[in-house]
Design a protein around this ligand. Structure first.
Ligand code: KDO
Length: 337
């Protein structure tokens, strides 16, 4: 091989490298223009608040083609249930569906929304959180948690779901029942207020816990009992309707503040479309599921809901939680019609 051949090979190799480098830089440049929106949720793929993220993504793909890189992570695979707000604060996550219990950990005064038998139904929930009362909480969340709440989704009315059939009329009938609750103080208190022995466990471990008997029951809204297939490993649903539950679609302030006003508007519209999809389907399905569970062989029973309401409300009113609730807020929430 002559010197000229070698140097021409070298030149070609260098040129190739330069072309490859140019291509990478161009690709990186392209990728950098996209705003990454990583989503983490414990929701299972077949649940409405899992599927709603596809609606969110599709809305943005349509309104802002090529501007956002929306990455949906279901089943708690990216971050463990309840750790999402901390991940967002660290800048490792952009979006999540946070619970009132997650918020109460940082803002104890808003543990008011973890209380059983306070929010009456999905309509009341939307009116409370989309009005001035919600705005006050969203402001505090933005200031203290560096999160912007974009919308609230209806998770459903939580019901007690038992592994074995039991006569349950009043809270005392749940004495000694190991009732799985999500792993936080606020959730455990709800289980205790219901009269049970609360046992902390992440959502993803509930099916196995029910199957093997490490827990006697769990509480969740009917659509989640269906989507996570808890009905396969339980025999009874007690319609306590003890918590009108919701999820707050939240985005990290870091990500939010880096967006243009037009992008903020598109992200908000996408979140609202996702929540509208979730709420519509979930409310409809919730009203049809008793029939489905009965066909699956479960006993669906109605307890003395007033007895549950009185016991649970008294437990909250007499708790340390209530001591820090904003003055007059219970009355203001009750007055929202
Ligand atoms: C649950 O763990 O029981 C719960 O219903 C709590 C909610 O706040 C929410 O995290 C939900 O799980 C998940 O989204 C799974 O449906």
């Amino acid at each position: 091989m002559t010197d000229t051949t070698i140097s021409s090979i070298r030149r070609r190799a260098m040129l190739g490298g330069a072309v490859a480098l140019g291509a990478t830089t161009a690709l990186q440049g392209f990728a950098q223009t996209k705003t990454m929106l990583r989503i983490s949720t414990p929701a299972v793929p077949d649940d409405w608040h899992g599927k709603m993220w596809t609606v969110f993504k599709e809305s943005l793909d349509k309104s802002a083609p090529g501007e956002f890189d929306v990455q949906i992570n279901l089943n708690g695979t990216l971050f463990k249930q309840g750790t999402e707000p901390a991940a967002m604060a660290r800048g490792n996550l952009e979006l999540a569906a946070s619970s009132a219990q997650d918020i109460a950990k940082i803002l104890p005064e808003y543990s008011i929304y973890t209380a059983g038998y306070l929010i009456r139904d999905p309509d009341h929930q939307q009116k409370v959180f989309n009005g001035p009362i919600g705005a006050e909480m969203y402001k505090a969340v933005a200031e203290k948690m560096d999160l912007q709440i974009l919308a609230v989704g209806y998770l459903g009315s939580r019901q007690v779901n038992l592994r074995e059939v039991k006569v349950v009329k009043v809270p005392a009938d749940l004495k000694g029942i190991k009732l799985r609750m999500p792993a936080s103080r606020e959730w455990l208190f709800l289980g205790e207020a219901l009269g049970a022995t609360p046992t902390p466990l992440a959502f993803g471990e509930v099916y196995l816990g029910l199957k093997t008997g490490t827990i006697d029951g769990q509480d969740n809204p009917l659509p989640s009992v269906r989507a996570a297939k808890f009905y396969e490993v339980t025999k009874q649903i007690v319609l306590t309707s003890h918590l009108t539950d919701g999820v707050f679609i939240a985005i990290s302030s870091k990500s939010w503040n880096a967006m243009s006003p037009a992008q903020k508007q598109k992200v908000t519209v996408a979140a609202q479309a996702a929540v509208a999809y979730n709420n519509e389907n979930r409310i409809k399905e919730e009203s049809q599921l008793v029939e489905f569970f009965r066909k699956e062989g479960l006993q669906v029973t109605t307890p003395d809901v007033d007895a549950f309401r009185k016991t649970v409300q008294a437990a909250y009113q007499n708790s340390d939680y209530a001591k820090v609730w904003p003055k007059g807020l219970v009355e203001r929430i009750n007055a929202v019609k």
